[in-house]
Write a protein that binds this ligand. Structure first.
Ligand code: ADE
Length: 246
């Protein structure tokens, strides 16, 4: 996958792309990152990328021209592949694991990160394919949002995580929150690991994990049950778990 990022602060990305799983993903050639300072595309002699809003008011607006030209330069080399052009902004669709899974199928993603009051509306209307918000709060710019989206997409690419199965049971990818995990020692200062996990009985362990995922989802994010399709057996377990809290 090719990932281009348009940002006025490209150095913000070096730590995130240069460590841990994203670094490994680059080394394995699962992903190719390219961060572009779109000020390089500003067509005026002072290299300004923002301007006053028509109609007046506080704050500056990111100009259309540098963004359109930067995207045109990035897509000129790969005309056959239609990239997803993603604008990070608080007004975008709320980001979810489902969207991460969908973006992970693409060959080319371009992220546009702004730092001003707003983007010229023509960027939204005529250039971008997706507007994404990472949550209902306002960041100083789109960079942190882009990092969140990129991290969650790249870890889904084939061969990026060591064990091919290791994201299959992530929280949200099953539609529910994940079950609890334990590692050695079995007795840590009197706090014990549940017996069943040490029983070696895989059927019982699976059943315990599913029930605990149901319990955790019920207690923390019951709204997720509106979307997820439970098996008959899981529905019965959920009824039993609910009874424990009556
Ligand atoms: N830019 C500013 N706030 C944002 C948010 N919540 N998500 C994505 N990009 C943003």
């Amino acid at each position: 996958m090719k990932i281009d990022v348009l940002s006025l602060f490209p150095d913000m990305f070096s730590g995130v792309f240069g460590e841990s799983i994203l670094k490994k993903a680059t080394e394995k050639q699962a992903v190719q990152f390219n961060v572009v300072n779109f000020r390089e595309y500003a067509a005026n002699k002072h290299l300004t990328v923002d301007d006053y809003p028509y109609g007046g008011g506080a704050g500056m607006v990111l100009k259309a021209q540098p963004i359109f030209d930067a995207v045109a330069a990035l897509t000129a080399q790969t005309e056959s592949v239609k990239p997803r052009i993603i604008l990070l902004c608080p007004q975008g669709d709320r980001y979810t694991q489902k969207r991460a899974e969908e973006l992970a199928q693409e060959e080319h993603l371009i992220f546009i990160c702004g730092h001003y009051e707003g983007y010229d509306e023509r960027i939204r209307e005529h250039l971008v394919t997706d507007e994404i918000s990472i949550g209902d709060y306002v960041l100083t710019g789109g960079e942190l949002g882009a990092m969140v989206v990129i991290d969650s997409v790249v870890r889904l690419l084939p061969d990026v995580l060591g064990n091919a199965e290791s994201h299959m049971k992530d929280s949200f990818s099953t539609g529910m929150l994940e079950h609890p995990h334990y590692t050695r020692p079995a007795d840590f200062r009197g706090m014990m690991v549940p017996e069943v996990l040490m029983s070696g009985n895989h059927k019982h362990i699976e059943e315990w994990r599913t029930k605990e995922a149901l319990r955790r989802t019920l207690l923390r994010r019951p709204d997720l049950f509106e979307e997820v399709e439970l098996t008959k057996e899981q529905e019965k377990w959920l009824v039993d778990i609910k009874k424990e809290y009556e």
